[in-house]
Ligand binder design. Structure first.
Ligand code: GDP
Length: 463
C-alpha cells in the first residue's frame, strides 16, 4: 500500500497487444508443445519403454543405449534410468524450467513432446511433483505380468503400490489426459483377457480420482519387445485382437494445453545466471501467460521492482519476443541480480501476480502417517518457489468423487483424503488461483522432506 510503485488492475481489464498476438499466432510451422510425464510402480518398465520409443525415433543410438543401460544398472534402481537419453547439448539448449526436469524431447506428427522426469521410486515423489506441476498429460505404465499389476496396486513388503499414488498425484495436480500403457504383454502372450481384467481393476479407481473415461486411453504394449509403441503391433497374438492406435499415435492425439497468450504476462523464474549475451541479470524460465518483448518493462515479484527486457533467447537463439508456453532466457536491465531468485515471477507492471500470504487450497493428502492438524507447519512448493506455511484452518473434507463437502471444519485430515484448508505464509509467495493460471496454482506440501499433500490454489485470501 502507498509506497508501491505499481498499480494492480483486475485480470479481466487486460487487453493484449493484438498486433503482437497476430504476429505470434502467425509464427506457424511450429508444432504444439506437450509436456508429458511417465509414471508407474517401480519396475513397471517405464525406462525400458521410453528408451525403446526414443531409440525407435532415432533419439538415442544403440551404442548409447547399451552404455546407459549398463550405467543405470550400476547406479541401481530407483530413479528413472533414462536420464541417459538426454541428447548431447540438450542441457545447454534447454535452460530454465525444462533443464531441471526434462529428460528428452521427441516429435510426433502434430506435436513436440517434452518428456519430464518423474522417478518411479517412492522417495522421489517430490521430483515427480515438480515434473507433474507442469505436465499436460501422463502415461501410466502398469505391469501386466501375474502379480506385477497387483504389486503396483496394493504394494509389496510394506511398500505401498505406486500405481494408484501416481495416478492420484497427477490428477490432483490438474492433469486430465491419461494413457494407461499395459506393459510386458510379451510375457503373457498378449492375452486379451488379462488386459481386460487389468482395465476392469483400474477403471473404478481412475474414476474415483476424477479421470473422465473419455480422457483415458488403454494400450497393450511391450517395451522390451517394442510392440505397439511406434508401429502397429507385429506380434500375431496382439494384432489378432487389438484395433487401437500405437503409443506414439495415442500421444499425438493428446490435446495440447491452452496457452494463455491473451492474459497478462507471467514468467516463472527457474534459474538466475549471467551470460555474455544476456548480461549479469539473466533468468531462465517459462512463460505461463502473456507475451514478452525486447524493450518492454516487467515487474519482478515478489521484489516489486521494475526492470527492462534487454534480450530474449529461445533455444539458445536471440528472438524479439516470446509467448505463453515458451521456455526462454531473458536478460534484464535496471535491476540488481540479487532480487531475482527461483520462484520470482516477471509480470505485466499493471497486472502484478498476487504475492500471497494467505490462501485457500484444495488438497489430496498422500499416504501420511501423521494426520494434518490446524497449526501444523509445512513447506509449500509451487512452480519454482517454496516457503514455510502454517495450516490456519481445516475448512472441509470433500467427497473425492463428487467434490462436495462431506464434513465441515474437520478436526484432522488423515491419509488419502481430499480437503480444503487455509494456509498462512510468513513471507509472501507468488501464487495464483488455479483457474487464473494453472501453473501458478498447483502446489505440494512437504513436511521434513516428505510430500504430505498436493493440490491447487482455490482462493488468494490475503496478499
Ligand atoms: P522402471 O523401474 O519402471 O523404469 O522399470 P525398468 O524399465 O527398469 O524395467 C524393470 C524390469 O522389467 C527390467 O528387468 C526389465 O527388463 C523388465 N521389463 C521392462 N519392460 C518389459 C517388457 O515389456 N516385457 C518384459 N517381459 N519385461 C520387461
Amino acid at each position: 500500500p502507498g509506497k508501491r510503485k505499481w498499480q494492480s488492475l483486475p485480470l479481466s481489464a487486460y487487453r493484449p497487444d493484438e498486433e503482437l498476438l497476430a504476429e505470434i499466432r502467425s509464427r506457424g510451422g511450429e508444432k504444439d508443445v506437450l509436456n508429458l510425464i511417465i509414471v508407474g510402480h517401480v519396475d513397471a518398465g517405464k525406462s525400458t519403454l521410453m528408451g525403446r520409443v526414443l531409440h525407435a525415433l532415432g533419439q538415442v543410438s544403440q551404442k548409447e543405449m547399451h552404455k546407459n543401460e549398463k550405467q543405470s544398472k550400476e547406479q541401481g534402481k530407483g530413479s528413472f534410468a533414462y536420464a541417459w537419453v538426454l541428447d548431447e547439448g540438450a542441457e545447454e539448449r534447454a535452460r530454465g524450467v525444462t533443464m531441471t526436469v526434462a529428460v528428452a524431447h521427441f516429435e510426433t506428427p502434430q506435436k513436440r513432446i517434452i518428456l519430464l522426469d518423474a522417478p518411479g521410486h517412492k522417495d522421489f515423489v517430490p521430483n515427480m511433483i515438480s515434473g507433474a506441476s507442469q505436465a499436460d498429460a501422463t502415461i501410466l505404465v502398469v505391469d501386466a505380468t501375474p502379480g506385477g499389476f497387483e504389486a503396483g496396486m496394493e504394494g509389496q513388503g510394506g511398500q505401498g503400490g505406486q500405481t494408484k499414488e501416481h495416478a492420484q498425484l497427477a490428477r490432483s495436480l490438474g492433469v486430465e489426459q491419461l494413457i494407461v500403457a499395459v506393459n510386458k504383454m510379451d510375457a503373457i502372450e498378449y492375452d486379451q483377457e488379462r488386459f481386460t481384467e487389468i482395465q476392469a481393476g483400474l477403471v473404478p479407481f481412475l474414476r474415483q480420482c476424477g479421470f473422465k473415461d473419455s480422457a483415458v486411453r488403454w494400450l497393450p504394449v511391450s517395451g522390451l519387445a517394442g510392440e505397439n509403441l511406434t508401429e502397429p503391433p507385429e506380434a500375431k497374438e496382439l494384432a489378432a485382437w487389438y484395433r487401437g492406435p500405437h503409443l506414439l499415435a495415442a500421444v499425438d492425439s493428446f490435446q495440447a494445453p491452452v496457452r494463455l497468450v491473451a492474459k497478462p504476462l507471467r514468467l516463472v523464474v527457474a534459474e538466475v545466471f549471467k551470460t555474455r549475451t544476456l548480461g549479469s541479470a539473466a533468468i531462465g524460465g517459462k512463460l505461463e501467460g502473456g507475451v514478452l518483448k525486447q524493450g518492454s518493462k516487467v515487474l519482478v515479484m515478489p521484489a516489486g521492482e521494475v526492470a527492462t527486457v534487454k534480450g530474449v533467447e529461445r533455444n539458445g537463439e536471440a528472438v524479439t519476443g516470446a509467448a505463453a508456453g515458451d521456455s526462454v532466457d531473458v536478460g534484464l536491465s535496471g535491476i540488481e541480480p540479487n532480487v531475482l531468485f527461483a520462484g520470482s515471477v516477471l509480470c505485466h507492471p499493471d497486472y502484478p501476480v498476487p504475492t500471497a500470504t494467505k490462501v485457500e487450497v484444495r488438497l489430496l493428502t498422500l499416504n501420511i502417517v501423521m494426520p494434518l492438524l490446524r497449526g501444523a507447519s509445512l513447506v509449500l512448493h509451487a512452480h519454482s518457489a517454496k516457503q514455510p506455511v502454517r495450516i490456519s484452518e481445516l475448512v472441509s473434507l470433500l467427497d473425492p468423487k463428487s467434490g462436495q463437502v462431506a464434513k465441515a471444519k474437520p478436526r484432522v485430515v488423515t491419509k488419502n483424503q481430499s480437503a480444503v484448508v487455509e494456509l498462512v505464509a510468513e513471507r509472501s509467495i507468488c501464487l495464483e488461483a488455479y483457474t487464473d493460471y494453472r501453473a501458478l496454482g498447483r502446489i505440494a506440501l512437504r513436511d521434513s522432506g516428505k510430500t504430505v499433500a498436493v493440490g491447487i490454489v482455490t482462493k488468494i485470501l490475503e496478499t
